[in-house]
Design a binder for this molecule. Structure first.
Ligand SMILES: [Mn+2]
Length: 366
């Protein structure tokens, strides 16, 4: 109970009602109202309604959904900060049913990334803004807040699954790091399943070590071994697969390998490797750009020649039959981006694919 009480306090400090993670006055007000009506039956006193709902988390068995509306770690086309609001609505409207406890959104100062990049004066000012207390010792940047929230979450609820919606892919750094630390403490052997068009294996980008292109590099040493990171859907890379595998120790299945061999054959090989390593549970991080740009154009770095939703669904479903999925995220959905030259319904298609895969992951965690 002590752990729940600490987490409960931090939820009220770190989070805000679902859909409110992007700090705005008027933008998307109607969309937020639709979501709040759906969740609470009202658009009035949403904070009070959310706080009352959060009181029930301790007595709830469903997987927990968290929004992280940060895209400061991106850097080409931004806009994934709107992913949590739009994907939630798509999950509620969609044909793929799933049940979860929506705990809310991380409170995001959109100019910040991680506290280690800040000076003391900025941290003090931001503590005053977020917590109304310049002498607070709490973190202020989205990735730092997310990591401390997740650490507290796993202390209170070691058995609960956490499903997060990004945000750009840098948000997976605190999500996965905290998950791996928690599972190590629990004595459980886990592996990372990562869907992406890109390897995200830079050491740094323009001097910044934690960003959308480098987050994987900095969690590898928290895994039982580096070869327990499996990447699917890679195709946009300046270097061949052998370079990444020999330099970082990860295992990759590029889209062309999956198309040549078939998704079943590939996933069977991965299942055998996971079993040979006595892996018990999985974390699945899904960058929507793993899918072909035809299905996922509303994203910052869409790439052609990618996976179909069917291939991704097959791989996740087969893994879920053999292993417990206890952590997952869906990132890089940027609903305001229309990257296809011919316009079209990029947003709806991307949200349809994103919600299908999110529902599959949430159901696998139930
Ligand atoms: Mn990525």
């Amino acid at each position: 109970m002590a752990n729940w009480s600490t987490l409960h306090t931090k939820i009220n400090q770190y989070l805000c009602p679902p859909g409110n993670g992007v700090f705005t006055v008027n933008t998307a007000q109607e969309r937020k109202a639709t979501l709040h009506n759906h969740l609470y039956g009202t658009t009035e006193n949403v904070v009070a309604a959310w706080q009352e709902q959060v009181n029930g988390l301790n007595d709830d068995n469903r997987p927990v959904l968290l929004g992280v509306c940060s895209d400061t770690g991106g850097g080409i086309l931004r806009g994934a900060n709107w992913g949590p609001l739009f994907l939630r609505q798509a999950l509620l409207n969609g044909e793929f049913s799933c049940d979860y406890f929506d705990v809310g959104d991380i409170r995001v100062i959109p100019h910040l990334l991680h506290d280690k990049y800040l000076n003391d004066a900025t941290i003090t000012n931001c503590r005053k803004a977020l917590y109304d207390d310049k002498d607070s010792s709490l973190p202020v940047s989205p990735l730092s807040i997310t990591e401390d929230f997740c650490d507290e979450f796993y202390r209170a609820f070691p058995e609960k699954g956490l499903f997060a919606i990004g945000g750009d892919h840098s948000v997976s750094y605190p999500l996965v790091k905290s998950y791996l630390k928690a599972k190590k403490d629990q004595g459980k052997k886990v592996a990372l399943i990562h869907f992406d068009a890109h390897t995200d294996l830079l050491v740094e980008r323009l001097g910044i070590d934690i960003c959308f292109g480098s987050w994987v590099t900095h969690i590898l040493d928290e895994l039982p071994s580096r070869d327990m990171a499996f990447q699917f859907g890679i195709r946009s890379s300046g270097r061949p697969r052998e370079h990444w595998e020999s330099t970082f120790g990860v295992r990759q299945f590029w889209t062309k390998d999956i198309n040549e061999r078939g998704a079943s054959d590939v996933v069977n090989e991965v299942i055998a490797k996971l079993k040979a390593n006595n892996i018990e549970e999985l974390y699945v991080s899904f960058d929507i750009d793993a899918l072909d740009a035809h299905y996922a154009a509303a994203t910052g770095t869409p790439e052609p020649d990618g996976l179909s939703p069917e291939q991704a669904v097959l791989i996740i479903s087969e893994l879920a039959k053999e292993f417990k999925i206890t952590g997952a995220d869906m990132v890089e959905i940027a609903p305001f981006l229309n990257t296809n030259e011919d316009g079209g319904n990029d947003r709806e298609k991307t949200l349809a694919a994103g919600s299908e895969i999110s529902a599959l992951l949430i159901n696998a965690m139930s």
